[in-house]
Design a binder for this molecule. Structure first.
Ligand code: DP6
Length: 401
């Protein structure tokens, strides 16, 4: 992991995307990024979606610098600064308590960071959670910080603290004003529910939706439904969702996932002026899922939507092929028939005439751009291979690492 010069250090790590099944929406403290309710998410597998980040420190660097997907960005951005400040504070604390004596580096060294996603940001898939989790995890390795990093990741983006763990993760809202008890915790590991599959339906977005940060701020200010949800609905739902996961109760898990997504979008509509993240295709997907489930007489598939029109669908391995065929039937690929499905392989199947009739939808060609098939995955990882570094020995981005 270490570069040639012993006083310098370079570390490369990867971190996953997570998708909430009990949604976080609304802060009680904007600066510390403390939520008004707890939330729960599923960590997606990094074989399909991940952020890779290299951080290097050196006495030769004259300033902190960051490159995202090859472009240098403003390192003065407040949330980035908050993460850097927080990790250096933890490193200092560790050192003064005598735990970090072995560290050869100086805390005053400047850091260079390069970060990339292995999936197109243009697809509108949330990348800030994986990005900030990866930043927190990588900086922690560079600065020799151990223990929970919720606070560091959270300061970048609230949902990022959930990407620090694999499997099924809760973010406990906490009660303290300083946020010390607002932390992420794994409730079940990635191997807990091996049959669970995740399909991301990438929908063509006409325009960029309002970002989560501003959206949830307006919701907190104006939506009485959001207040009711946070105080009276989510606490029970957190318990019920934890039970569903622990007992691998797919039907209950699926129904609660859909209800919570719908309630989150209802709070967006209750925001004034109203916010809408779903588009016509999102609504057609919702209809498709319900028709599919009704046809089977049981809840075999669930959808959830974040602050954008893409759908994330949960199902079990025995249902993936048939549901993918149903999506293909309802949203025939425009020109990319062969590249319509990415990620885990899915054996093509033919839809029965009964199911086709039950779907009762006029096909919308091209409305779903493509599907990424994935599953539950592990948390952040350190890459030991020095060829993986995104920064060269000079501390600048490598062209082709
Ligand atoms: C709808 O974590 O992106 O995806 O804390 O302001 O950075 P900030 O917001 P962010 O919000 C995510 C909202 C959501 C639901 C969720 O992931 O829980």
């Amino acid at each position: 992991m270490a570069s040639e010069k012993p006083q310098d250090l370079v570390v490369t790590c990867t971190a996953p995307v997570n998708i909430a099944v009990i949604k976080y929406w609304g802060k009680r403290d904007e600066a510390l990024i403390l939520p008004i309710n707890s939330s729960l998410s599923v960590t997606l597998h990094q074989d399909q979606l991940k952020t890779i980040t290299t951080a290097a420190i050196s006495k030769d660097f004259t300033e902190d610098r960051i490159w995202l997907n090859g472009q240098e960005e403003d390192v003065g951005q407040p949330r980035l600064q908050a993460c850097l400040r927080e990790i250096r504070r933890l490193a200092r604390k560790r050192r003064s308590s005598g735990d970090g004596d072995a560290l050869p580096l100086s805390l005053s060294y400047k850091v260079h960071v390069a970060s990339e996603n292995n999936f197109p940001t243009a697809a509108g898939l949330a990348s800030s959670a994986a990005g900030y989790a990866c930043l927190a995890y990588t900086l922690a390795r560079v600065y020799g910080v151990e223990g929970d990093l919720s606070e560091v990741a959270r300061r970048g983006s609230g949902s990022a603290c959930r990407s620090l763990y694999g499997g099924f993760v809760e973010w406990q809202m906490g009660e303290q004003a300083d946020g010390k008890d607002s932390i992420a915790r794994q409730i079940a590991p990635e191997w807990h529910w091996p049959q669970l599959r995740v399909l991301i339906l990438v929908v063509s977005a006409e325009k960029k939706p309002m970002g989560s940060t501003v959206g949830m701020q307006t919701s907190v200010e104006t939506s009485t439904l959001l207040k009711f949800r946070a105080e009276s609905i989510v606490p029970e739902r957190m318990k019920e969702m934890t039970r569903c996961i622990q007992e691998r109760d797919f039907q209950a898990f699926a129904q609660l996932t859909m209800k919570d997504s719908n309630q989150f979008h209802a709070t967006c509509l209750d925001t004034f002026p109203p916010i809408s993240y779903l588009n016509d295709t999102s609504r057609r997907i919702i209809q498709l899922v319900h028709c599919f489930n009704t046809h089977h007489g049981q809840t075999k598939v669930a959808y959830t939507f974040d602050a954008g029109p893409n759908a994330v669908v949960f199902t079990l391995d025995d249902t993936v092929a048939e549901f993918v065929a149903a999506v293909r039937h309802s949203f025939p690929p425009a020109t990319n028939g062969d590249k319509f499905l990415k990620g885990l392989p899915v054996t093509p199947v033919l839809l029965s005439d009964e199911l086709k009739a039950a779907l009762a939808l006029e096909p919308s060609p091209g409305a779903v751009q493509y599907i990424i098939a994935t599953q539950v995955g592990p948390g952040p990882q350190v890459l030991d291979n020095s060829h993986a570094h995104l920064l060269g020995p000079d501390g600048l981005p490598q062209q082709d690492p």
